[in-house]
Design a protein around this ligand. Structure first.
Ligand SMILES: Cc1cc2nc3c(=O)[nH]c(=O)nc-3n(C[C@H](O)[C@H](O)[C@H](O)COP(=O)(O)OP(=O)(O)OC[C@H]3O[C@@H](n4cnc5c(N)ncnc54)[C@H](O)[C@@H]3O)c2cc1C
Length: 546
């Protein structure tokens, strides 16, 4: 469809139908859908110098997806799926970035993206029913609809330790990695953090560094990924049943594309459980270990204990030094976003790798030569922060959003984030958040597509009804939050501390931030909202005060 052109207004602002923030998986698809399919004038903004989002920023050694790639891609374009040939089950960062670059070129997206441009503020003008945007380049834009794909895991958590400036060596953060190779040969490297990025970078850098010191706050349950070439049989099956495959993805709990178990662990004998866990350990995958083995690992303490006991035994079998094995062994529940990585525990059998428990002996400061903990000093040439993200809400709250009557999003969300369907929040009309708080806890690209398609239908509906704006009712939002809480508290996830509930960032409210009932159920909620004529939403015809 031919797109509408942007317009210049009397105040020298550029007016478009839709502003999109972010040029990762989500933002790129939103731009394509709204500009190329709906024919709207769309302008996208991206802080980075190029497209890719996560895969632009996280160029650290070892970075790769942990969703099998047949489900970590766009599904709407069958030709694209057929033409693009992935090399591995879990591709590395450069391959995913190339895929997204190809996608941007295929749909001619770059010309609508302002790179190196951060959106600082977004203010809803009730007189005009338009969002007014201010960027760090000084440009001013207005848009009727604001669609934000600012990333669930994108706002970098960079702790500042005393003395950091004095450190004479190099400092990197996994999610702000330089776009040139970093040489670790002959260097003493320290990695702070053992989350998903931490374990990937640790495993990759260990063979290169002269010595690697891992500063671990919380041990993790890590199962092998079993990386390897893509199974041609799987590709052939998807090829023969393409629509069915994607329907299955959207109908599942995790949207990862594997067969989820419908067997409760309690119905299996101890030997059977052991055999199931062993089989999964050998075929790989973190989400697979949690959801393909039994259907109640995340909800039943007994099932969870069986899974953790199995992984703990593996750690003690793999790691030869009993003290190191003990430090690597978690004792909490297996109820965080599951991590997978090949060779992680084996890495601690290397002579050039040592593990420091910074819960027992916290980091006190950086010195000129390295890091000092409460009971020792470590000389280092390079420090890598793998300290993760201010997840889910971080980037939304960095933008100074002001909704109706000047309501600030930061104030509205000061105790906890609030949305309806993880997509919209009352008092902020025409603002859509892709993977906003209280969205599904799933593999992301298929969920991005589903959410953007839903947003496009809403935009169409607003226009067809001759309305100006839409927002959820307060009631709908309250009920959604209540449902998210009820579902989350029927699982074990709120019982552990992690980025999933905000516990990794000091001072951040610790709260439920996901709809944990699974992708299939979430799709049902999206369908119900649309089929019910958006009864839970308020449509505005006349701009207030016009
Ligand atoms: C190493 C790693 C591996 C991962 N593996 C998986 C996986 O296997 N499966 C999975 O489902 N998920 C995975 N994730 C999560 C991953 O973030 C998502 O899969 C997906 O890439 C998110 O896409 P997105 O477009 O929503 O956000 P992002 O890719 O994070 O893009 C958001 C973009 O918005 C930009 N932005 C933010 N705020 C502003 C602003 N104010 N102005 C302008 N631009 C702004 C950012 O610069 C960023 O480029 C992984 C994450 C990491 C870090």
């Amino acid at each position: 469809m031919n797109e509408v052109a942007a317009r210049q207004d009397a105040d020298n602002r550029t007016d478009v139908d839709v502003a999109v923030i972010g040029a990762g998986f989500a933002g790129l698809y939103a731009l394509h859908k709204l500009r190329n399919d709906l024919g709207l004038s769309v302008q996208a903004f991206e802080q980075g110098s190029d497209i890719g989002g996560t895969w632009y920023w996280n160029q650290y050694p070892g970075a790769r997806s942990d969703t099998e790639v047949t489900a970590y891609c766009y599904s709407f374009d069958r030709d694209l799926f057929d033409q693009w040939r992935w090399s591995q089950r879990y591709p590395r960062q450069p391959e995913i970035l190339s895929y997204l670059a190809m996608f941007a070129d295929r749909y001619d997206l770059r010309r609508s993206i302002a790179f190196d441009t951060t959106v600082l503020s977004a203010t809803f003008n009730e007189q005009t029913s338009r969002w007014e945007l201010q960027t760090d380049t000084g440009d001013r834009w207005t848009a009727q609809f604001l669609v934000e794909g600012v990333g669930l895991l994108s706002s970098t958590n960079l702790p500042a330790f005393p003395g950091q400036d004095r450190f004479a060596g190099e400092i990197y953060h996994t999610s702000r990695w330089p776009h040139h190779p970093v040489d670790f040969h002959g260097k003493r490297v320290g990695v702070i953090g053992t989350g998903s990025s931490g374990v990937q970078v640790i495993t990759e850098v260990a063979p290169e560094a002269s010595h690697l010191t891992v500063f671990q706050r919380t041990p993790q349950y890590i199962v092998p990924a079993q990386h390897g070439p893509l199974d041609p049989g799987l590709l052939a099956r998807i090829d023969a049943h393409y629509d069915e495959y994607w329907r299955g993805v959207l109908d599942s709990i995790t949207a990862f594309g594997f067969d989820e178990s419908d067997v409760p662990a309690a119905t299996a004998s101890e030997e059977e459980r052991e055999a199931v866990f062993e089989r999964q350990w050998n075929s790989g995958g973190g989400f697979q270990f949690m959801f393909a083995t039994f259907n109640d690992i995340g909800t039943s303490r007994e099932a969870n204990n069986a899974a953790t006991a199995f992984i703990r035994r593996k750690i003690s079998q793999i790691v030869s030094d009993p003290e190191t094995a003990a430090r690597l062994t978690p004792h909490d529940l297996y109820a965080k976003r599951p991590i997978c990585c090949d060779g992680y525990y084996e890495t601690f059998n290397r002579e050039n790798v040592s593990l420091v428990d910074i819960k027992a002996s916290p980091i006190v400061q950086f010195t000129e030569r390295g890091i000092r903990t409460e009971d020792a000093e470590y000389d280092l040439d390079v420090v890598i922060f793998a300290t993760g993200f201010d997840a889910v809400t971080g980037n939304y709250l960095k933008i100074d959003h002001r909704g109706r009557r000047g309501l600030r999003l930061r104030d509205k969300w000061s105790h906890r984030p609030r949305t309806h369907l993880g997509l919209m929040t009352a008092g902020f009309p025409n603002l859509f958040m892709i993977f906003g708080p209280m969205g599904p806890f799933t593999n992301q690209p298929p969920a991005h597509e589903a959410q953007v398609n839903w947003i496009a239908d809403v935009v169409r509906s607003v226009r067809e009804r001759g309305m100006n704006a839409i927002e959820p009712t307060q009631d709908a939002e309250d009920q959604w939050i209540q449902a998210c809480d009820q579902i989350a508290y029927s699982t074990l996830f709120p019982e552990t501390n992690s980025w999933i509930n905000g516990a990794n960032i000091p001072g951040k409210p610790i709260t439920v931030m996901f709809y944990m009932a699974g992708m299939g159920s979430y799709m049902g909620q999206l369908r119900d909202a649309a089929n019910g004529g958006y009864a839970d939403f308020l449509f505005d015809k006349q701009p207030v005060g016009a």
